[in-house]
Design a protein around this ligand. Structure first.
Ligand code: HEM
Length: 511
């Protein structure tokens, strides 16, 4: 049991070498920390022996207390805490911090099983969050151990969706005791949302990004013996994988790729030459699912890191932990058995995964905005300027209203699309959902833009500071554009959405 003290006892510890403070009802002995305190000695001396709750929460996120809990020496006798300390895995009670079902509203889409799954995943990812944020800050390659923890909990398979989860051994249970056959797109939606809570988009991309968009090409199009080898390696986190399509000359316009694959004289392998750019996870990848030009069209090849394959870091606005790479292939020998799908029909392979890639981006993006809104809501409630809390200013409430309503509308559309995915065959999804998913992505990233803008204004200088209270806002406003470019740019999404609708526009319709 923790020791208890009176406020009078705490008040006796006021020197630099013997400095105690109170935060809520917890007592911290900062004597060994005062010289190391990033905010300096002066602010701590001003509150030495006193209640420093307000001063603390004006300058720090609660995470700081969890990180430095070793300095906590006891609590104030007979007083009840006034501030809730976050516990790993718990759901937030801040309005709009969770989607409505998880805040106690009714929903046709979810059951208690989704809550169990969410909380179990949240707990696992909360424990990994400090490490994820460390990779984000240093740009280091996320370790094999880190990735393999995700593999051990089956979260890598879960990230790819219900079809990949079905490849896990029968009887496998996902976090929260979810059975493989139960796992549907609503569980997947929850999963992507939970990963977004790391607010470490670089690390998330480095660990999951490349794999999520590339492994389905192996699952659906590789020869059985290749699939049997590669899928378990990647889903357990032992090997990493990237999708190598875009090139310095061509991004969304896949038809323009220049990388070539020429069949050898004896027909046993292809010789690949070319370069790929902006390849997420590329720097760490062992396998590349690669779009190449063969004699009569585009083909997809699974290329293992081998002689002639080189990867170099590209310095983007994302953290280097994303492993974003420039990949060059110089006379790389690739066995013909590594062809994914049919030669010259690689477009089918490329297109097959676009809907799911966009879907996973939508899920992460909506939660990314939700977290930012939660931070804004909390900050507006605790930050005082000109003698009032920020939330007491109508202009701030108006910004929150705009952010919440735009984010919730997008989330409602996303849930509707998730429901469609749950009830449509792959072919029906391809026909009916390409347009709506593209339009939803277009509008989702417009929403991110507005949320980033308003959040920056609410957080002021902290929104452009990489550490401290505004860390999440800084990360978000620096990186949200990735979702507006990757997986099909905003402009292409908007255009695709309308062109798809035109396909089904009734010829006999008149105004
Ligand atoms: C348990 C007690 C405390 C711990 C462990 C602690 C720790 C820290 C840490 C880690 C930072 C860097 C924050 C970041 O950049 O992420 C920081 C900054 C700071 N702290 Fe503390 N702190 C404590 C209490 C206080 C108190 C009571 C005050 C004020 C009376 C204070 C004033 C500041 C200031 C002014 C900064 C700089 C903030 C900025 O750059 O905007 N700290 N502290």
């Amino acid at each position: 049991m923790s020791k208890t003290f009176t406020r009078e006892e705490v008040a006796r510890h006021t020197s630099e070498s013997d400095l105690w403070i109170i935060i809520d009802t917890d007592i911290y002995d900062l004597s060994r920390f005062v010289e190391l305190h990033p905010g300096g000695v002066f602010p701590l001396m001003q509150v030495a022996g006193k209640d420093a709750t307000d001063q603390f929460y004006e300058m720090h996120k609660q995470d700081v207390l969890l990180k430095y809990k070793r300095f906590k020496i006891g609590t104030i006798a007979g007083e009840k805490p006034q501030i809730h300390m976050y516990q790993p895995g718990e759901l937030s009670k801040v309005p709009y911090a969770e989607s409505s079902f998880f805040m106690g509203y009714k929903s046709p889409y979810y059951s208690e099983r989704h809550t169990q799954f969410r909380q179990a995943v949240r707990k696992i990812l909360d424990e990994l969050k400090p490490q994820a944020q460390e990779y984000e800050a240093t740009g280091e390659r996320p370790s094999d151990e880190f990735t393999q923890i995700l593999g051990k909990h089956h979260l890598l398979a879960a990230n790819i969706g219900p079809d990949a989860v079905k490849l896990l051994p029968p009887g496998t249970l996902l976090p929260g005791g979810i059975k493989v056959e139960e796992y549907d797109y609503f569980f997947e939606l929850v999963l992507h949302e939970e990963f977004a809570r790391w607010v470490s988009p670089g690390t998330g991309t480095g660990v999951l990004g490349g794999m999520t968009i590339s492994l389905p090409t192996v699952v659906n199009f590789a020869k059985p013996h290749i699939k049997a080898k590669v899928v378990p390696e990647v889903l357990s986190g032992q090997k990493r994988m990237a999708l190598a399509i875009s090139e310095p000359y061509t991004g969304s316009d896949v038809a323009g790729i220049k990388t070539t694959a020429t069949l050898s004289a004896d027909g046993s392998h292809y010789i690949v030459n070319g370069v790929k750019k902006w390849i997420s996870t590329g720097r760490f990848a062992d396998y590349f699912s690669t779009a190449v030009r063969t004699d009569k069209g585009i083909s997809m090849l699974l290329i293992e890191r081998s002689e002639g394959v080189e990867t170099k870091a590209i310095h983007t606005s994302y953290a280097q932990s994303a492993g974003t790479a420039y990949v060059s292939f110089e006379n790389v020998k690739v066995p013909v058995e590594n062809l994914l799908g049919v030669e010259n029909q690689g477009f089918k392979v490329v297109l097959s995964n676009f809907n799911h890639e966009r879907y996973s981006m939508l899920c992460g993006a909506s939660m990314a905005a939700r977290i930012i809104i939660q931070d804004c809501f909390k900050w507006a409630n605790q930050r005082k300027v000109f003698g009032k809390r920020l939330i007491d200013q109508p202009v701030i409430r108006n910004k929150l209203a705009g952010m919440i309503s735009q984010m919730e509308s997008m989330h409602a559309w996303l849930e509707n699309l998730t429901y469609q995915m749950n009830h449509m065959s792959y072919n029906e999804q391809s026909t009916k959902l390409a347009g709506p998913l593209a339009l939803c992505k277009y509008q989702m990233t417009r929403m991110l833009h507005n949320v980033a803008d308003d959040a920056c204004q609410i957080f002021g200088g902290r929104a452009i500071t990489k550490t401290g209270m505004g860390r999440n806002i800084e990360t978000f406003q620096r990186t949200y554009k990735f979702s507006a470019i990757l997986g099909g740019s905003e402009e292409i999404m908007a255009d695709l959405g309308v062109r798809q609708a035109m396909k089904y526009f009734p010829r006999d319709a008149r105004l």
